[in-house]
Design a protein around this ligand. Structure first.
Ligand code: NAD
Ligand code: 89V
Length: 353
């Protein structure tokens, strides 16, 4: 659909949710909270999951394949919560039927595929939004807002730190088998936050490690980014860190500017340090969705915020901040991080142009 078809329109957008696994429940609950959109059909290749999900959320129209769904149901958008290997086929099918696309991260398995999907959606006149939710966390948005307002002057250093020992493999067992794990699954979010706060990246270096020998991929990564604005950031993530008060799944943020600094701590206290030595503490605890539950609340809040913004932009004609073209540059940082670790070199990431 093009933007003009939605503008000044208060009809409820009709969507299909594809993939009824672990994470889809968050997207589904968020849609149910939002009056501007309704999920009218579900699709999953796994009959058991499809049936359980449909019953839980009261969705009658259920399909085991996207083509049949799109032939039989008129939908404005397709929300894809299936894993990355299925994305190319699903995005292409949705675009072919003229439906706007929301797609989970990583939205493509390679930069080449990402380019192809962006072009396909453009040619078909449908929007492509990546469901990159971490930058939609309330506390992260407040940090971004303070930086944009110039509250700490020009940022010259940033740190986005995600360290945890939480057993992510319990809910998402497939993560243990990924040859590339933490950067591709989690670092993609923290790298995207670095871009949201400090802009695009000129060069990047990365060191990885595997502490948990029961999994295939790396579970620690430490990345250093030189942003175009001159700011240098350290983006570090670990699933091998033992902590008494594990902040999972929060990211802790530090930003130093030439007129002050910011510190976001795990208890949702954001401290703004001023040049005169004073400090102001803001409580940036989000308003939690009614259906959210520990420890997933920060993620669930960000899912709701992303989807709410997506509906607003459909109405106003704007493009989502995490549209395909924007997210290409985040995907390029993931690609650059692995290249840097493999080649033991500083890497210049690809860039959408
Ligand atoms: P999952 O394995 O629990 O669920 C995926 C579902 O997709 C399964 O039920 C599977 O049968 C179905 N599926 C696969 N191929 C399909 C196809 N061609 N057509 C229809 N259904 C198909 O996985 P998950 O943990 O829910 O992850 C799904 C996606 O969400 C991944 O891309 C993952 O990276 C992402 N994710 C994002 C976040 C976040 O915070 N943004 C968190 C967790 C997972
Ligand atoms: O966001 C994600 O993709 C999840 C988690 C936060 C658990 O790593 O896999």
């Amino acid at each position: 659909m093009n933007d003009a078809q939605y503008s000044n329109d208060t009809t409820v957008l009709r969507g299909a949710l594809v993939g009824c696994g672990f994470f889809a429940a968050n997207q589904m609950r968020a849609w149910q909270d939002l009056p501007g959109a309704e999920i009218v059909a579900l699709c999953d290749r796994d009959a058991g999951r499809l049936s359980a999900f449909g019953d839980t959320f009261g969705i009658e129209h259920r399909f085991d394949d996207i083509e049949t769904l799109l032939t039989q149901m008129a939908v404005d958008f397709v929300d894809i919560a299936a894993p990355t290997p299925a994305h190319e086929m699903l995005v292409t099918a949705a675009a072919r039927y003229g439906a706007d696309v929301i797609c989970q991260k990583p939205f493509a398995g390679s930069l080449e595929t990402a380019r192809r999907l962006i072009e396909t959606c453009r040619e078909r006149g449908v929007s492509l939004t990546v469901h990159e939710n971490f930058r939609w966390q309330h506390a992260v948005r407040r940090v971004a807002e303070l930086i944009a307002q110039g509250r700490i002057g020009r940022p010259f250093f940033g740190r986005i730190s995600y360290r945890s020992g939480f057993d992510v493999f319990a809910n998402q067992p497939y993560l243990a088998d990924l040859p590339r794990f933490i950067i591709q699954d989690l670092g993609i979010h923290t790298l995207d936050m670095a871009r949201a706060l400090f802009g695009d990246v000129e060069r990047l270096s990365c060191e990885t490690g595997r502490v948990n020998l029961k999994i295939r991929g790396e579970d620690t990564a430490t990345m250093m980014l030189r942003h175009e604005c001159g700011c240098v950031s350290v983006v570090d993530c670990s699933y091998a860190t033992t902590l008494a008060n594990d902040p999972f799944p929060q990211s802790l943020i530090e930003v130093d500017g030439d007129r002050g600094s910011l510190r976001l701590s795990a208890n949702f206290r954001l401290t703004i340090h001023a040049p005169d030595g004073g400090a102001t503490i803001e409580d940036v605890t989000p308003h939690w969705p009614s259906w959210s539950e520990a420890p997933w609340r920060v993620i669930q809040q960000s899912v709701l915020a992303l989807q709410e913004d997506w509906i607003d932009r459909c109405r106003s004609g704007g493009e989502a901040p995490t549209c395909g073209r924007d997210n290409f540059n985040t995907l390029a940082l993931v690609d650059a991080a692995y290249r840097s670790a493999d080649e033991e070199a500083v890497v210049v990431p690809a860039r959408w142009q």
